[in-house]
Design a protein. Sequence first.
Lengths: 505, 199
Amino acid sequence: MLNEVVPASWRKALLWLTGGLCGLALLFWPARPLRSDSFVFYFPNSKRVIPLEVIENTKYLPFLQVLNLVGTLNSLSEKRNNIKVGFGKDHIELHADDARVRLDKKVILLAAPVRVSNGKWMVPSDFVTVVLPKLTDQDVEYQVGTNRVFLGNVKPGSFTVRLEPESNGARLTFQFTDKVTLRTESSNGQWVMFLGDHPVQPLEQSFHFQNPYVAAVRFDDQDGLPKLLITPSSPGLNFYPLLTEGDKVLRAEVSKPAPPPPQTPATSAPALTTAGAPPAPAQTPAAAQAGAAAPPSPPLPVVALDAGHGGDDTGAKSRDGVLEKNLVATLVGRVRQSLLATAKFRVVLTRTGDANTTFEQRAVAANTAGAAYFLTFHAGDLGGASPRVAVYTFQSPAQETATLAGETRLVFVPWSQIQEAYLDQSRQLARTLQQDFAVIAGVTADLPTSAPVRTLRSVNAPAVAIEVGSLSPDDDATSLSDTAFQVQFAAVVAEALSALQGGGG
Amino acid sequence: MSRRAKLLTVALLLVLAGALIYLRSLTRRTFFEPPPHSDESAKTQLNEAALQSGAGPNETAVLYFPSLNTRVLVAEKRPIKWAQAGADRVRQVLLALAEGPSQHLGHPLAASTNVRAVFLTLEGTAYVDLSNDLLGGIYPGIESESLAVYSIVNSITANVPAVKKVKIVIEGQEVDTLEGHADLTDAIVPDASLVQSSP
């Protein structure tokens, strides 16, 4: 009939008009006052994350999921407007859009009415304090306004924050009541510090600062992972976190980055300079101006130490059962101590503890700290006598000997090619280290070479891989596990870096 | 005993005998035959086809094996009848590497390594899909893994001129590294500097 009344050309226009109107209606339709978030239930040995909904500014939890956390349902009878649940020896009855809960014929009033959202019965968050303690023998601890509940004998830690100005930046000090671990990431312009598994109940959820370096600090555990998110006041700042004093104090320094290293011309031969030459001897005029304006005592350069492997990835294994991941973690610990003892460096570790750490996380930890040097430690099959030390710079598997450095000045350097801009400085670092390793009595120090070491690929600093050997099923690792060797090895690394930094041994 | 009963008994005995023979062969297949990834069974039908397709004249293949002590790749020559197709030649090179060196050198591929697939692109990249048995032949380490990788890459590119670079995948999956050290994220170009120069 429509076909008879409306001409063909109009029908098409009518169709477009209807589609356009529907699109506009969708575009301007008022958003539902609802957003998704989550609620974390901490138990003595585990935690569960339950999604919550905010309906008309009230937090709601899924009723049945909450009950399942503390026990099992005996019976369930659901109708359109009400639900009856047998839970242990109790009976609970809820009615949609009604704030009253019937618990064994007693009536308890909630702060907001019960809702049914997407077929789920939702109860306001005060259900956790008003009703839940009557259903379980466990202690229930919930601080109103937060999104976390502690069930059973859980003692959450807490922390205080202090921000102090520094000569070229700012220092954040977090004092924790319990030990924490530290893993750092960078995400959406923020620095994220994961604090391990122990539950944390912060005194304040977020802290805001009027500071040219740090704008805000926020605690978050919505995904079940306690962490601190630090928002810098401006982009391009360096971030250097350090866990000290029995892993209860976390100091994070935020500072202006050091002047950029000079670009190496493509045609230049590998810079064979003296061991005392600093890695970044020249400055651009702009950098020189910035340097002139900078305070007299800039922060110490950061050395990123990377203990290879970790977690499920054990790496190589010796005949007497020494695992590469443990051996290199010990070596890194000793190198860290030696470097800190020089008082010329700050140290950032890319892996703390026996954690699974990806190659990208390692590079991110070093790059966000603005590392001046990156050393990754490995142990493997080197053949021949033990102990033996080999130092490698990065060799791009996709290119022969040509590098990006100076060839093409890229405005945006691909993440996977960052290291190629530092090859000359990395070679100089490798040579210095090798020369110093060669003086250790009884140690065979191979000439530095290049290899496609995956860890070095995305490091934005002069970087080398140091491999000790041989750690293989054919040999015992006695000589590598020897404390005297490890201490000497660490001292040599510290000496070599000090020499490069210009201060001598 | 009636004639019918005799016939039934004979038939029953025959069925029983057949069942026993089948059971015996089933037991042998299940418990006594070598597993599918043993050295002998590693050469898949495709590999055998590649080896048999070598109908050309006797030629020489140059294979590079790692020498950990001297940190170089050492060349070894082998007589070979090259297959026609480039992918089959790559497979031939890999199988020859898996057979191992004649001198006291490293094994870049374990003998049981299965060459699951080989593809060549027009741009000269060989995609080599190897079974994870290959890891059994290499001890983890920066040097050992790097030499193993370049042993494969240099051997393929030296013998199959159409191949300019090699992308190694394991069990059909792209992997970051061989055993936590050598970078396998990109297709790898050969490194001539690793080859031991002739005396």
